[in-house]
Design a protein around this ligand. Sequence first.
Ligand code: DAH
Length: 367
Amino acid sequence: MPEKSIIEQTLLDLGATTPDKVASLFADVRQRFDEQVARHSNDPETWRVFLVQWTGRKSGALTQITDNWLKPASPELKKVVGAELNKLKAHVEASLEEKRKEVEAQAEQSSAARDAIDLSLPGVERALGTRHLIRQTFEELQRIFLSIGFSVVEGPEIETPYYNFEALNIPEYHPARDNMDTFYIEGARQGHLLRTHTSPMQIRTMEKQPPPVRIVVPGKVYRRDNPDATHGYMFHQIEGLAVDTDITFCDFKGTVDYFAREFLGPKTKTRLRPSYFPFTEPSAEVDATCHVCGGSGCRVCKQSGWIELFGAGMVDPAVYGFVKYDAERLSGFAFGMGVDRLAMLKYGVTELPVLFQNDVRFLRQFP
Ligand code: DAH
């Protein structure tokens, strides 16, 4: 900013009575202007202030020179002052225009620098999820059965009593049909229920396709159990069914053996205990030698050397009647495994609820 004293005074006040003196005053102003432009840092904020100080309409330096020097000038000097003022204006405007480009270029550069992505910084790493232990166990079970020619089918969780019970040879008076165990549905789908096991898919599959059948059925099932360390209102099963013209009890036992060795280790042995299911005859509980102690007895097998794996048996001929299969010609076996139970056994999980609480401290142990 030029010294106020100069441009606030008239030429008369300054004693500039000749063209030479006028020219030298303008030279002074121009020099000051040049110095200030040269010193300016190109900062956009102070740049705006600087512009106003020189070219502001109301009280910028050029306006003041017009008001204080040009307007009151004597007629003899007016021409010279006008010419000098025009030269100064042209110079100031040209310099400011040049400087403006620098200021803008710098502003652009620094904002680009602010926005620039620094590729050397470590990125934000998003943790990949993992398959849940139940999902992993399903996949392992499916792998084992796929490897011996079974295929995987799925079915509805909302079932009719016919598929869940009747066609599986579970008559009306059977305790499994007690309201205590089954969730019955009210409202629009009244007369339906939440399947209590995956066995209904035996019926649905045989209804749809002629023999032979070799399927496993993974899925959720529901029961009105009071929740505790080993029970919930929902759990997972995988059902198996093999039906053909030449399936014997030997095939059944061989399949069970193969499964147990694949799932628990090559040294595993199995035994069958007599049991009862309405849709198999004979029925059995399949036990395996304890995978922790190998059969000598430990805490996990409660010193017995054996652990209970799942229920199974040869398909009851009565079931074939419901699906119009020829019971004289056909035979087969079936099994139903509790997937949560098998996962807990194999991975040493002692509380069922941790499988469903989704606490990452638990989940991370099964990457
Ligand atoms: N559906 C039975 C249950 O949920 C389990 C079962 C047992 C299924 C024997 C079978 C079987 O297919 O043969 O308790």
